[in-house]
Design a protein. Structure first.
Ligand SMILES: C[S@@+](CC[C@H](N)C(=O)[O-])C[C@H]1O[C@@H](n2cnc3c(N)ncnc32)[C@H](O)[C@@H]1O
Length: 305
């Protein structure tokens, strides 16, 4: 990440930052029940941008990619406190499969995987990104029936570990974390259409970053001042800067060496001397390869606008 690509938060950043060069599937550095909120966006299965990374993690089929993510959700469950929340920003993919071009339903798979692990699924957010190309669609002109609905929503899936988190009456940290009525009305509506996607850096260096507005909202909706917020797929650190801007502690895990180096220099450029760890045994664990393989790589139909 070049300096200056990082998302901008308009408040001073304070608090403790820990960075772990490691694997989201094995957070040995983090104790059980030591995190209050996880906010993250993993690499999306079946999006070509992440093919190589999944291959490096040993995942060559769709089921194997999903199992990489499921292992990360299991670790998130372990490190969350009872009542802690997991927020996952994920999008579906459109790509060729054994029977041609199709949808790869990442959000549905994530909902089921996290529920099977023991998370309680909660109502989720549909993040409808405003687009400059409102008429873009995939398909063949104006003749039915072979055109495709445009995928212009991503999901912010929400899960809780166990029952509600409890606080003593008039808890000072909770009171200090209060949000306003108009914020509540916007943030807790199911469709967010007021947040643009983040700038993605120079061509060929797409980071998959989400905008700081998404991270800041989630941090303020689901944690209180002084909490520890984790991003196990930290990327450019958007979640971490949002957490630090709102008085939370931040822990970021990033596996890819170049991305980790960039994240560390960005932290230093923002005035942090982060506690940096290389997780024990963080060498990539190869994903087990289920039998059923998804054949990716088929070109999508021509996009017309
Ligand atoms: C979609 S990006 C996250 C972007 C981030 N939300 C941001 O705003 O910059 C996913 C990140 O997860 C990292 N990653 C992939 N597999 C990982 C793993 N097993 N453990 C930790 N990080 C991983 C990738 O290198 C990439 O930086």
């Amino acid at each position: 990440m070049a300096r200056g690509w990082g998302p901008l938060v308009s408040r001073p950043l304070t608090g403790e930052l820990r960075l772990i060069h490691g694997d989201a599937r094995r957070l040995d550095e983090l104790d059980d029940a030591s995190v209050h909120l996880t906010v993250t966006s993993p690499p999306y299965p079946m999006i070509p941008q992440w093919d190589r990374l999944f291959r490096d993690l040993g995942a060559k089929s769709y089921p194997a990619m999903l199992s990489v993510l499921a292992d990360a959700w299991r670790e998130s469950h372990r490190v969350l406190v009872p009542g802690g929340l997991l927020a996952v920003n994920i999008g579906d993919a459109l790509r060729g499969g054994p029977n041609g071009f199709r949808l790869w339903p990442n959000h549905a798979e994530t909902l089921l995987a996290a529920s099977r692990i023991g998370f309680t699924p909660l109502p989720y957010v549909l993040w409808k990104k405003p687009t400059n190309r409102p008429n873009a669609f995939l398909g063949s002109g104006f003749l039915p029936p072979n055109a495709y609905v445009t995928l212009d929503c991503e999901y912010i899936l929400l899960f809780r570990k166990g029952g509600l988190r409890r606080f003593p009456p008039h808890d000072a940290a909770r009171e200090a974390s209060r949000f306003g009525r108009s914020e509540r009305d916007r943030w807790f509506s199911q469709v967010w259409s007021d947040v643009r996607g983040a700038r993605q850096g120079s061509p060929g260096r797409r980071t998959g970053a989400f905008p700081s507005a998404v991270a800041e909202r989630l941090v303020r909706m689901f944690s209180v001042v002084g909490d520890t917020v984790l991003d196990p797929f930290a990327g450019t650190g958007t979640t971490l800067w949002a957490a630090l801007a709102w008085g939370r502690r931040a822990v970021g895990v990033e596996w890819e060496p170049t991305a980790f180096r960039s994240l560390r220099s960005e932290a230093e450029a923002r005035g942090f001397r982060p506690v940096v760890r290389r997780a024990r045994g963080s060498e990539p664990r190869l994903a087990s390869e289920p039998e059923e393989g998804a054949r990716g790589g088929q070109s999508p139909p021509r996009r017309r606008s």
